[in-house]
Design a protein around this ligand. Structure first.
Ligand code: ADP
Ligand code: MG
Length: 238
């Protein structure tokens, strides 16, 4: 388990500053949602936390350790992507076990852990299939299982439900909330969907054009928007 501290983080692509002076403390076990319109910098910040993008200014600490230059594999994080990013040629079981195999985890322990996560996520019947034989919702569940099995200190989610239809999205929202209640893993979840933000977040970070507009609980953001941008964004149906 681990908290996250971002101190005055910024990100430039050449001259273009896409994240400006981003400061945030995420408590251990907290569920934080980055909410904002397309292009506001949500994925860029998440990718900096994951080590998939360099940080051009400021400091990042995860679990009290400075992580600015740490390799993605050394950060104690697991990430779930919008497009699931499953290996098409591998079975569901191989996809889920992939990270453990690479760490040379003993086969008996892999079996036991695959069994546990697939039971939690209702994936047991599909272990021998290939990803294309599964629905979008099932594939995203596999991606979540693959992240869970690493027992990371931090989960990062980048719009994990955006490719699903509305009904499945509502269902998976509830499932992710249930998983968080069970596991209490510190989570940072990116979305442009205010319903997702309102149902999942302990606190929402509302972003606009690379800057924080407001940080607060869903109630605070909804009932006391601090800027016109926040009021407009929250007031507009997704
Ligand atoms: P969001 O996830 O909120 O939709 P992004 O973090 O993907 O936003 O992008 C933020 C801004 O950074 C956008 O203006 C985008 O065009 C720009 N951007 C993202 N990646 C790159 C890149 N590799 N090179 C240049 N600009 C980029
Ligand atoms: Mg994005």
């Amino acid at each position: 388990m681990a908290g996250i501290i971002c101190k005055h983080i910024n990100k430039k692509y050449g001259e273009l500053e896409v994240v400006e002076d981003f400061s945030l403390e995420v408590a251990d076990q907290e569920f934080i949602v980055f909410l904002g319109p397309s292009g506001c910098g949500k994925s860029t910040i998440l990718r900096m936390l994951a080590g998939l993008e360099d940080i051009t200014g400021g400091d990042l600490l995860i679990g009290g350790q400075r992580m600015n230059d740490a390799e993605p594999g050394d950060r104690g994080i697991a990430m779930v992507f919008q497009n699931y990013a499953l290996y098409p040629h591998m079975t569901i079981r191989e996809n889920i076990a992939f990270g453990l195999r690479r760490q040379k985890t003993p086969e008996s322990e892999i079996d036991q852990r695959v069994g546990a996560v697939t039971k939690t996520l209702g994936l047991k019947p599909y272990l021998g299939r290939k990803p294309t034989a599964l629905s979008g919702g099932q594939q995203q569940r596999v991606a979540i299982a693959r992240a869970m099995i690493k027992t990371p200190d931090v989960f990062l989610f980048d719009e994990p439900l955006s490719n699903l239809d509305a009904k499945l999205r509502a269902h998976m929202r509830v499932e992710i909330a249930r998983l968080h209640k069970e596991l209490r893993t510190t989570s940072v979840y990116v979305t442009h969907d205010q319903m997702e933000a309102m149902t999942l977040a302990d606190r929402i970070v509302l972003l606009n054009a690379g800057r924080i507009e407001q940080i607060g609980t869903p109630e605070e953001i909804y009932s006391a928007p601090r800027t016109l941008f926040v009021a407009g964004f929250i007031g507009t149906p997704a």
